[in-house]
Design a protein around this ligand. Structure first.
Ligand SMILES: Nc1ncnc2c1ncn2[C@@H]1O[C@H](COP(=O)(O)OP(=O)(O)OP(=O)(O)O)[C@@H](O)[C@H]1O
Length: 232
């Protein structure tokens, strides 16, 4: 199969307002695709629709050919997600979050332990394993969430503003790690407002504006975002 993700004619309505207005795009195998656009363009809503957090009103979403509508439990094993805002569970410690991800993605114990060690060291939170989220700074919570999503070997990683809130070292490590995991075969769909990350990391882009796709193509063809006034 040539594409890991296929979004076909996706339409989504929230409180009677159509937010996503019939978009189609694909993420090819082993590629990094940027979903870009101004605030409110519909990037996070599209991400949430792919994950099944928002019910779509029309269209189809396929991961490795498996439809979101057919076997959602299986569909969910094919991606992991870094949300824009960390959503950790207050009653679980940092390490328990990692164990939960290990169990839900059936990660082998030795591999889980290795990845937890490597990532907590790289993100400089190895001394926080027994802390609860409330004792962490926002950036540290973001790091925990990021590590959770990086633990499994999934075909597709979805990341919404991955660099926001991370310090410079963490941001550089994450950039390199995304490149490395991509080399190993993981495809990535990410949103970011940091255009230098788009050109550094991504192979292709999809430019959203007001719930439509304005342009899409190879990253070499990307000319940057015009000012919002110029779009209207
Ligand atoms: N739960 C909701 N209820 C009502 N409107 C919503 C909801 N979620 C999103 N919207 C609206 O949908 C539109 C798209 O929002 P979305 O968060 O997808 O944009 P975005 O491109 O991710 O923006 P940003 O760059 O600011 O994160 C906005 O007009 C927003 O107000």
């Amino acid at each position: 199969m040539e594409y890991v993700l296929e979004v076909k004619d996706l339409q989504l309505t929230i409180q009677k307002e159509t937010i996503i207005k019939g978009i189609s795009f694909r993420v090819p195998n082993r590629k990094i695709v940027a979903l870009i656009g101004h605030n409110g363009a519909g990037k996070s809503t599209t991400m949430r629709a792919i994950m099944g957090w928002h019910e779509k009103s029309e269209g189809e979403i396929l991961l490795q050919g498996a439809s979101q509508d057919d076997d959602f439990l299986y569909f969910k094993t094919l991606f992991s997600y870094i949300p824009e805002e960390p959503v950790l569970m207050p009653e679980l410690t940092v390490f328990q979050h990692f164990q939960l991800y290990g169990a839900s993605y059936q990660i082998e114990e030795k591999k889980l332990q290795e990845r937890v060690n490597d990532y907590t060291r790289a993100f400089e939170i190895q001394d926080k394993l027994n802390e609860f989220p409330e004792a962490l700074s926002k950036g540290m919570r973001q790091k925990v969430q990021t590590i959770c999503a990086l633990l499994p070997d999934v075909p597709l990683l979805l990341i919404d503003e991955p660099f926001m809130g991370l310090d410079i070292y963490a941001s550089e490590f994450l950039t390199d790690e995304l490149k490395r995991r991509n080399q190993e075969g993981m495809s990535i769909l990410l949103t970011t407002h940091q255009m230098e990350k788009v050109t550094d990391l991504c192979d292709e882009y999809v430019l959203l504006a007001d719930g439509h796709i304005l342009e899409a193509g190879n990253i070499e063809e990307f000319n940057g975002l015009t000012r919002r006034e110029a779009d209207e």
